[in-house]
Design a protein around this ligand. Structure first.
Ligand code: ZN
Length: 159
């Protein structure tokens, strides 16, 4: 597919292009993860595993009132789980608990194939993972960090 694609195939060409950009972004987060370190003064720490893939993730949250002061993670796993964790910490950092809940819900529905979620600007770089929704075996990898952060918010609010 090229720039000269006839009308009607253009959207296919541009989605192939953005797919390539998204792949790059996922690999970049995998190779140089953001916010990947132990958070010593975390308010909540949650460990989640995906036995199907061998992914293991520890997520850390530190809060000031209802504001997320810091979201971090450690652990190991496939490129998708690691990139998703890295992107998620970026999306959650500095927002409120309500913001975080909304982002996690939107991300989860995108992973379950809801196309309208992909346009939600609050997802930011997480939109790069939209294509994973078409790979049923990998959806669990992409949702692992989201489930872990959801659990962390639950634990924080139950206290
Ligand atoms: Zn995985």
């Amino acid at each position: 597919m090229t720039e000269d694609a006839p009308p009607g195939t253009r959207s296919g060409a541009s989605s192939a292009r953005s797919e390539a950009i998204y792949q790059e972004l996922i690999l970049d987060h995998y190779r140089s993860p953001r916010n990947r370190s132990v958070l010593e003064d975390a308010d909540v720490v949650v460990t989640h595993r995906n036995p199907l893939c061998g992914d293991e993730l520890v997520v850390y949250l530190a809060l000031d009132g209802d504001k997320i002061r810091e979201a971090r993670f450690t652990g190991q796993g496939c490129a998708i789980s690691q990139a998703a964790a890295s992107m998620l910490t970026g999306a959650l950092n500095g927002g409120t608990v309500d913001d975080a809940r909304a982002i996690l819900a939107c991300y989860s529905s995108m992973m379950h194939g809801d196309a309208s979620s992909i346009d939600d600007p609050s997802l930011g770089e997480l939109r790069a993972l939209a294509g994973v929704a078409r790979l049923p075996a990998r959806v669990k990898c992409a949702l692992l960090p989201a489930d872990a952060f959801s659990r962390a918010l639950d634990e924080f609010e139950e206290r």
